[in-house]
Design a protein around this ligand. Structure first.
Ligand code: CP
Ligand code: NVA
Length: 304
């Protein structure tokens, strides 16, 4: 994987995805931390972040390297200078670029023009590092991902798309349940189905039926960053899809609760559910560090 980009979860093969998780587990268990000595990751953030920023920075530190954070008001990418110039300048000075942005085309344009690996740290289309952390969290709980049934409830957004692809690639059975008109586009489901892997993705609008066999139920915000103005209008459609005690009563008794965070308690999830013993949201958050440490080591090191 050395030198490659990670703009989407499908930039890696099913085997490589499993390998990233293997390396993540090894690094988490035995604390391997020295393969990127002298290397630097530039992180471009056009949206807020807690987990992504801190986990990338700590991952580089643990690997013996360093990270530089560039906030949007500082570099004004695409405005102060073209994205392609930012890509070429950073490539002359650092060993990798992580970017959190709006349109996915910015990630693609950076990757096209950079000569160092570009990692998607969230775009409107995907959140592939989050999907890696979520899969690692489930692997720790269940051992094997193959055949595992889980359900994503809420908005057909960037997180849902990355989970859909990752599920097929990992042999998992994902049900996505959204309000009518907020599903993932059919082309994404078709694309997921065409990926190499034994998993499956189905979409529905019936929340209670969708969680019936779920080993884990996952939700995310009703309005993603950049779509906040739609929140008030969306509430009426999303309320029946809130992850609450009533919805969980239709799931298996031991079903786990997942959220990528930050969570809006009282909107997509209740305080009672996110604080319950079934919730593994902080394991997911911690695992961002471990999967990104593995990913950075695999993409940025000279020999893999
Ligand atoms: N889950 C996640 O990406 O969190 P941040 O937005 O805080 O980075
Ligand atoms: N779907 C959310 C994820 C935040 C980590 C967003 O894009 O804002």
């Amino acid at each position: 994987m050395q030198g490659r980009d990670f703009t989407s979860i499908i930039d890696v093969s099913s085997e490589e995805l499993a390998h990233v998780l293997d390396v993540s587990l090894r690094m988490k268990d035995d604390g391997v931390r020295s393969s990127l000595s002298g290397k630097t990751l530039a992180m471009v953030f056009e949206k807020p972040s807690l987990r992504t920023r801190v986990s990338f920075e700590m991952a580089m530190k643990r690997l013996g390297g360093s990270a530089i954070t560039l906030l949007s008001h500082e570099i004004r990418m695409g405005e102060r200078e073209p994205v392609k110039d930012v890509a070429r300048i950073l490539s002359r000075m650092v060993n990798g670029i992580a970017v959190r942005t709006y349109g996915h085309e910015t990630v693609v344009e950076l990757a096209e023009h950079a000569s160092v690996p570009v990692i998607n740290a969230l775009s409107e289309s995907e959140h592939p590092c989050q999907a890696l952390a979520d899969l690692l969290t489930l692997r720790e709980r269940f051992g094997d991902l193959r055949g595992l049934a889980w359900t994503y409830v809420g908005d057909g957004n960037n997180v849902a798309r990355s989970l859909a692809y990752a599920s097929v690639m990992s042999g998992m059975r994902l049900t996505i349940v959204t309000p009518p008109n907020f599903a993932l586009p059919a082309e994404d489901i078709m694309r997921a189905a065409e990926l190499a892997g034994d998993g499956s993705v189905t979409q529905t609008t019936d929340a209670h039926a969708a969680v019936r066999d779920a080993a884990a139920v996952y939700t995310d915000v009703w309005a993603s960053m950049g779509f906040e103005a739609e929140l008030e209008n969306r509430k009426q459609y999303f309320q029946p899809y809130q992850l609450n005690a009533d919805l969980l009563s239709s799931a298996p008794k031991d079903a786990l609760v997942m959220h990528d965070l930050p969570a809006h308690r009282g909107e997509e999830i209740t305080d009672e559910v996110i604080e319950s013993t079934r919730s593994i949201v902080f394991d997911q958050a911690e695992n961002r560090l471990h999967v990104q440490q593995a990913l950075l080591a695999l993409l940025l090191q000279e020999t893999s």
